[in-house]
Design a protein around this ligand. Structure first.
Ligand code: IPE
Ligand code: IPE
Ligand code: MG
Length: 249
């Protein structure tokens, strides 16, 4: 996290992406932030920003596939987002239910495998069912995995993993990093190579705390509804210029 460039200052030459040696991040995770500000700038209700934000996913997914990204994780709703005004929360839940129903067939056609990370605690039965149906329908797709981090919190995820290990009577000295990793929602998935946050913010907001240990970080000034394919390409180009060190020389 030490080197935090932004799209405005970190434009790599276009050739990097077209080069056969380009280093494409296999797992990209996006903190989709700025829907409220997008609406506010247009004197629209916040929910209108969320609607445009959700629609933007349809623009980003095909671009991620084209770039050769294998896993795309999108932070859609955090465990802390329940603390927003009730009207915004219920509007978001209605929107997620509608979109899960409306867009699953489209994602399925594109060969995308949908996966959910997070809990269903407090989530309405129709929304939980819509998400589970998307997961089941798309489970054999292999073109790209799309993880929806919905009702997700990094600390909550770690607490659940520890509780599960204790339930299995794992002794304190037997606990390993691999064991914790394999009890997280992301079990079996590689850690994110690149974490992108939109709207210029530079914090994780409880996203993939464990998994982000050595992720590269990229902050874009664009608000999520206006973060387009070109902006994703810029982020991926920036990644291609990084040297990952993992604490070594
Ligand atoms: C991100 O946009 C969407 C969610 C957190 C659900 P915000 O709603 O946080 O947008 P800003 O930060 O208020 O602009
Ligand atoms: C993070 O954005 C959560 C999602 C994008 C879903 P927030 O807008 O909730 O984060 P903070 O409150 O600015 O840290
Ligand atoms: Mg925000």
């Amino acid at each position: 996290m030490a080197n935090v460039p932004s799209a405005a200052t970190d434009n790599a030459p276009e050739s990097i992406i077209t080069s056969p040696n380009a280093t494409v991040p296999q797992h990209v995770a996006i903190i989709m932030d700025g829907n409220g500000r997008w609406a506010q700038q247009r004197h629209l209700p916040r929910l209108e920003g969320h609607r445009n934000g959700v629609d933007n996913i349809q623009r980003i997914v095909p671009c991620a596939i084209d770039l050769g990204i294998q896993v795309l994780t999108l932070y859609a709703f955090s465990t802390e987002n329940w603390g927003r005004p009730q009207e915004e929360v219920s509007g978001l839940m209605r929107l997620f239910t509608l979109i899960s129903r409306r867009e699953t067939a489209n994602l399925h056609r594109q060969g995308v495998r949908v996966f959910h990370i997070g809990s269903f605690d407090g989530v309405s039965a129709p929304l939980a069912r819509a998400i589970q149906d998307a997961v089941v329908l798309t489970r054999s797709n292999t073109r790209m995995s799309l993880n929806i981090a919905f009702n997700y919190g990094g600390r909550d995820e770690i607490v659940r993993a520890v509780r599960e290990l204790m339930r299995q009577d794992v002794g304190p000295d037997d606990i390993t990093e691999e064991m914790i990793s394999s009890h997280l929602y992301t079990a079996g998935l590689r850690d994110p190579d690149l974490i992108i946050r939109t709207a210029g913010e530079m914090r994780l907001s409880n996203f993939l705390l464990w998994q982000a240990a050595y992720s590269e970080y990229y902050s874009s000034p664009k608000l999520w509804p206006e973060f387009g394919p070109d902006d994703l390409r810029l982020a991926v180009e920036s990644y291609a210029n990084r040297k990952r060190k993992y604490g070594r020389l």
